[in-house]
Design a protein around this ligand. Sequence first.
Ligand SMILES: NC(=O)c1ccc[n+]([C@@H]2O[C@H](COP(=O)([O-])OP(=O)(O)OC[C@H]3O[C@@H](n4cnc5c(N)ncnc54)[C@H](OP(=O)(O)O)[C@@H]3O)[C@@H](O)[C@H]2O)c1
Length: 315
Amino acid sequence: MLSLGLGTAAIGRPQYINIRQEAPKDFSLADFREAGRKILDIAYEEGIRYFDTAPGYGLAEQLVLDWVKEKQDPTIEVATKWGYTYVANFDPKAEVHEIKEHSLKKLKEQWKQSKKLLPYLKVYQIHSATFETGVLGNQAVLNQLAELKADHNLLMGITTSGANQVEVIQKALEVVINGVPLFDAFQVTYNLLDQSLAQISQQLLQENKRMIIKEALANGRIFPNEKYPQYTDLYKVLGSLAKKYEVGIDAIALRFCMDSIMPYKVLSGAAKAFHLTENIKTERFKLTREDIGRLKQFAITPTTYWKERKELTWN
Ligand SMILES: NC(=O)c1ccc[n+]([C@@H]2O[C@H](COP(=O)([O-])OP(=O)(O)OC[C@H]3O[C@@H](n4cnc5c(N)ncnc54)[C@H](OP(=O)(O)O)[C@@H]3O)[C@@H](O)[C@H]2O)c1
């Protein structure tokens, strides 16, 4: 089973947070949908069986649903989320892309659609759990999640973003409903720059929780870019490791996530076939302990990391 999973955010809506400069020209929804389907097919042919989606990802959840029903492969695992509504209507010029709402009403509304993914749906997550929305203290929501978990044999999860991811995970670990810890899966940002998850990864493994890594390429910031001169040394080390293992630096960065904290899956967020096939090369090799040690030195503080991420635009 591959360690790589496919995240579908970038194949579900034309605009997404990354370092790209230009918006796609002459956007066609039909072509976009077809391109997304092709990515799902390539991922499957290459052996990927874990697919992460969300109602907030434009057409992605429906695309995955249609595709998975055709595939009929019981080894496919789908993870989805609730809590964000996509509102940009595929307009490349939209100013608001998504609206966050962690209410019981939104959970019930989005579950109605997401449950169609059963029996492939294995993981159900709160999309970007934060202290601000109070979702981890909302008893009505937590009870409902516990019910869904028991009724449909789901792994219940949260996804996290932001400088306080570790605190949010700690709080989620304390949630117990009817004597059973509610959360089993944690989809967390972890990469060469934000390595804060490492503080709690051992505990998560010991408690038999799943870690799923997102934003493993730091939204593209691990690729040499003159806008980030502070990462010149990182780019050099990544370049030399890429040469050593005869892969691209994306494969090195993904492999770092796999070999340094042993997650259940690392998500590729590729929207282009070429990027996906390059990402998959991460399955060909393992980093040595020395390589990992060299790469660990490039961690920056979560505050700096998330400040820089906030400056990235949707494009
Ligand atoms: N709050 C949440 O729950 C949350 C937040 C973020 C992400 N996620 C999940 O995690 C998944 C992955 O995250 P992500 O896509 O945001 O971040 P990521 O993997 O850090 O970054 C993906 C970026 O790297 C680029 N890329 C990939 N391979 C490349 C290559 N070989 N050469 C050059 N560029 C390359 C992609 O470009 P292209 O697009 O051009 O291929 C894209 O811009 C998402 O799809 C989603 O499922 C969840």
